[in-house]
Design a protein around this ligand. Structure first.
Ligand code: UT7
Length: 332
């Protein structure tokens, strides 16, 4: 029997208009452009402003563009998966809301919560649905409105994050392209270093939790940094070794955009040059589930059919992993 592969056939991103600069952050807290650029590598981040707007609104823009670009009608979509940690509401799933807003009626849809690895986990899940032969077209979204859970008086968290969304179309093919291999990991011990304390079933929202600012991201930056550097590099190098990929063979590393120093350390361990690494952290910051599809979107025109890519991420949970794929198309 011919093997069915899952291949990305289109990508589209969306970032909101409003841009928060380092100088503006320096007016809000004790920080500077120099510190943020040298320790994190972020110049600007886009924030979604406006009453009643949430993660689904950014995702809808990305998916709308994706459908148009790939000439796909809403009726053709079998599944829509959304990686996010900032759903529009605790339930129902943001994926359901995206589908409803776009008139996607034939698909079943659900969210995946894997923090910064949300897109990677969603793509892994979607690829297995495609490979099963049952589903033909799946939209995989990574979207987060991080500004909804950031305390803008906290200097060790606020500069890092931004809002944004990206979406890819995943389809079935029998060609030797698409997702080749995946390596996914979780270690729940990491939850103590990166989490949101209240608003879940253990600590539902109350006046006290709001007063104590427990609905914002809590991060022990140094611990997360150490884990991220070693795990993202380990899994990416392991993927290269498993498939005998030399640094020269690899067209692109598509790394999660959390800190320029984490990206550099990963690329160095893999033996790559800067030119082989997709980087847009300077413009968007860490958009959590949005980083990988936003990278693919920004670099789409430079990608050629058959290019070998490794997507790699690390995030809250802890969650991490790598996906090795062969790019599916040339952009006209
Ligand atoms: O996507 C996955 C989730 N997140 C991550 O991957 C983030 C991982 N962690 C990091 O990227 C880094 O740990 C941070 C960017 C969060 C912090 O950078 P760092 O180099 O680890 O700084 P640090 O926490 O060791 O702090 C060094 C100093 C401290 O001052 P003292 O105690 O030495 O006087 C901090 O208070 O830098 C200070 N500091 C700042 N100074 C100016 C912390 N944040 C800032 C700031 N501006 N924004």
């Amino acid at each position: 029997m011919t093997k069915i592969n899952a291949v990305i056939t289109g990508v589209q991103g969306y970032v909101p208009e409003y841009i928060l600069t380092n100088d503006e952050l320096a007016n809000m807290m004790d920080t500077s452009d120099e510190w943020i650029m040298s320790r994190i590598g972020i110049k600007t981040r886009h924030l979604l402003k406006g009453e009643g707007l949430g993660t689904s609104d950014m995702a809808v823009e990305a998916v709308k563009g994706l459908l148009k670009k790939t000439n796909t009608s809403v009726d053709e979509i079998d599944v829509l998966i959304c990686g996010t940690v900032t759903p529009d509401m605790p339930f129902p799933a943001t994926a359901n809301i995206i589908s409803d807003k776009l008139g996607i009626k034939n698909a079943f849809s659900f969210d995946i919560n894997a923090a910064c690895s949300g897109f990677l986990y969603s793509l892994e899940t979607a690829s297995k649905f495609i490979e099963s032969g049952k589903y033909k077209k799946i939209i995989v979204v990574g979207a987060d409105k991080m500004s909804s859970i950031i305390d803008y008086s906290e200097r060790n968290v606020a500069p890092i994050f931004g809002d944004g969304a990206g979406a890819v179309m995943l389809e079935a093919t029998t060609e030797d392209i698409g997702i080749v291999d995946t390596m996914m990991h979780t270690d729940g011990v990491g939850r103590q270093y990166l989490h949101q304390k209240a608003g879940g079933s253990v600590k539902p929202a109350s006046h006290e939790t709001v007063d104590a600012k427990e609905h914002f991201v809590y991060q022990d930056g140094q611990h997360v940094f150490k884990w991220a550097v070693s795990k993202m590099a380990d899994v990416s190098v392991e993927m290269m070794e498993r498939h005998n990929i030399t640094p020269k063979d690899l067209a692109w590393l598509v790394p999660h955009q959390a800190n320029m120093r984490i990206i550099d350390a990963t690329a160095k361990r893999m033996g790559l040059e800067r030119e082989q690494v997709m980087i847009n952290i300077e413009k968007y910051g860490n958009t959590t589930s949005g980083t990988l599809p936003l990278c693919l979107w920004d670099y789409e025109k430079q990608l050629k059919k058959g290019d070998k890519l490794i997507l790699s991420a690390f995030g809250g949970g802890f969650t991490w992993g790598a996906i090795y794929l062969k790019w599916g198309y040339n952009t006209k």
